[in-house]
Design a protein around this ligand. Structure first.
Ligand SMILES: Cc1ncc(COP(=O)(O)O)c(C=O)c1O
Length: 411
């Protein structure tokens, strides 16, 4: 009897598991068997916010469920590109909250931005073509390129951090683009680095992209967590080759709902829509129905805007506290000052060159979970996410104390 086989892509995925997903399994294990661990685990690994979604979302969710018509209607299949009313709501949301003008025909809704990124990759990349990803960059992009293209595309890394500073080199970018390059992916504010491209930087990228004819995916997952005055591109119209990737996971604190949208060239959107017909049929209709009631209603959006403002202040304070504590208490870390998002990214290579080993040791010895920099393309660095305990200052303090103890022993 012969058993079926698995693909080379699956073998690649097995050999390169997502470390965040692995840490997540550990959290689950900790919840099930706390007795196995000497102290409660302090989880500073993943990027999901602890604070609840805006209260208005629960109110409208109840309305949708209680009304028989909307309950039944939103349980059925929807349109592939997203419900027209939801798309109309997105246009209103962009205008009301971000002061951005976008067009309905440039929008596609997806089941989270991870899923949309995959659909764009399938619509843009051919075997033998290339993608440029920043170094550091969000850990899932390279894995997605590999998986979505069945390991047939080349990934080039563009260094955006130099000497512990955010300092992308545009000549380097220009030089690394070949006639096979199809897209560049950037993230602003960045994961894991918390850095924000300036207007001049994004203009320089767009100039290069337009000259060379490549798409620029701009992932703005953390745009409502900017600690300073945001650059003007967050409210300007889309430039020609930009694909704006907007997830509601972080801004609405609903990562489990899997809701995101992209804004891009109309023809590209049609291509992605056709690809999505085969991939997902349609995005979650119930979630769209609930969100539509918020996004089309400026009174409700006002409360969302206030929620974002409060959230930004809260995350900024925690980011500053975390950065200062690390800086004042643990010598010889190269800390990058976050300007947005929920991470503090730092170079710990003076203690240990292998970031995976350092993460394992921190877990074993002081039950603090961080994410290894190697997965973001930066060996020797660590990413601390304060999002999962943003509402628990005492837990964060305890975590930072444990780290201090650990590093002082290693000295
Ligand atoms: C930069 C970035 N993009 C995308 C995602 C995934 O977002 P989604 O929940 O929309 O798939 C994450 C999740 O952490 C992220 O950090």
């Amino acid at each position: 009897m012969a058993k079926g086989t698995i693909s080379e892509t699956a073998v690649y995925a097995i050999k390169n598991p997502s470390s965040i997903r692995e840490i997540m399994s550990l959290v689950t294990d900790f919840k099930k068997h706390p007795e196995k661990y000497p102290r409660p685990l302090i989880y500073l690994g993943g990027g999901w916010p602890q604070d609840p979604p805006p209260p208005v979302l629960k109110e409208v969710a109840k309305e949708v469920v209680e009304d028989d018509n909307t309950w039944i209607e939103s349980s059925r299949y929807g349109t592939t590109r997203g419900q027209p009313d939801f798309i109309n709501g997105i246009v209103n949301y962009e205008k009301y909250v971000f002061n951005r003008k976008i067009l309905e025909e440039e929008v596609i809704v997806g089941s989270g931005s991870t899923e949309l990124t995959a659909a764009f990759m399938l619509s843009i990349l051919d075997p033998g073509t290339e993608v440029i990803i920043t170094r550091p960059g969000y850990l899932n992009y390279p894995r997605q390129v590999q998986i979505e293209t069945l390991l047939r595309c080349k990934i080039k890394r563009w260094t955006i951090l130099r000497n512990h500073e955010f300092n992308p080199d545009f000549d380097e970018l220009q030089e690394m683009i070949s006639d096979k390059t199809r897209m560049l992916i950037i993230c602003t504010p960045g994961n894991p680095d918390g850095q924000i491209y300036t207007d001049d930087m994004l203009n320089a990228i767009n100039d290069i992209a337009e000259e060379k004819g490549i798409w620029v995916m701009v992932d703005v997952a953390y745009r409502t967590f900017i600690y300073e005055k945001p650059p003007s591109y967050f409210s300007r119209e889309r430039s020609e080759n930009e694909i704006w990737l907007c997830t509601l996971s972080k801004e609405f604190r609903i990562p489990g709902w899997r809701m995101a949208y992209a804004v891009a060239d109309k023809e590209l959107i049609s291509a992605v829509e056709t690809v999505e017909q085969a991939r997902i049929l349609c995005p979650n209709k119930m979630a769209q129905e609930i969100l539509t009631r918020v996004l089309q209603d400026n009174k409700k959006l006002k409360s969302v805007k206030e929620y974002y403002e409060k959230g930004r202040d809260k995350y900024k304070k925690v980011a500053q506290y975390t950065t200062e504590e690390l800086r004042n208490n643990i010598p010889d870390l190269g800390i990058l000052e976050p300007r947005g998002g929920f991470y503090v990214f730092f170079d710990a290579s003076k203690y240990e060159k292998s970031s995976k080993k350092l993460c394992n040791d921190l877990l074993k010895e002081c039950q603090v979970a961080l994410a290894p920099g190697i997965d973001f393309g930066m060996e020797g660095w660590l990413r601390l996410s304060f999002a999962p305990i943003v509402e628990e200052p005492e837990t964060l303090k305890e975590g930072l104390n444990r780290m201090k103890e650990y590093f002082s022993k290693r000295k």
